[in-house]
Design a binder for this molecule. Structure first.
Ligand SMILES: [Cu+2]
Length: 66
């Protein structure tokens, strides 16, 4: 299992955080997601494709940067 840290723009509250977590947990290969609102990042565990994760975040209304 590997960990990927995604920097995410646009999260401003707990609801945003939950939306991002839900979106990333729906990506095939993702086994766990920990979103840190203050750090504006998500730590994703699993073997998901970065492009698919970025799209899932974008579809939820946020943006993966880097
Ligand atoms: Cu919010």
């Amino acid at each position: 299992m590997n960990e990927t840290i995604l920097k995410i723009e646009g999260m401003s509250c707990n609801h945003c955080k939950m939306s991002v977590e839900k979106a990333l947990k729906g990506v095939p290969g993702v086994t766990d997601v920990q979103v840190d609102l203050a750090e504006k990042q998500a730590v994703v565990t699993g073997s998901a494709d970065l492009a698919v994760m970025s799209k899932a975040v974008a579809d939820a209304g946020f943006k993966v940067v880097d």
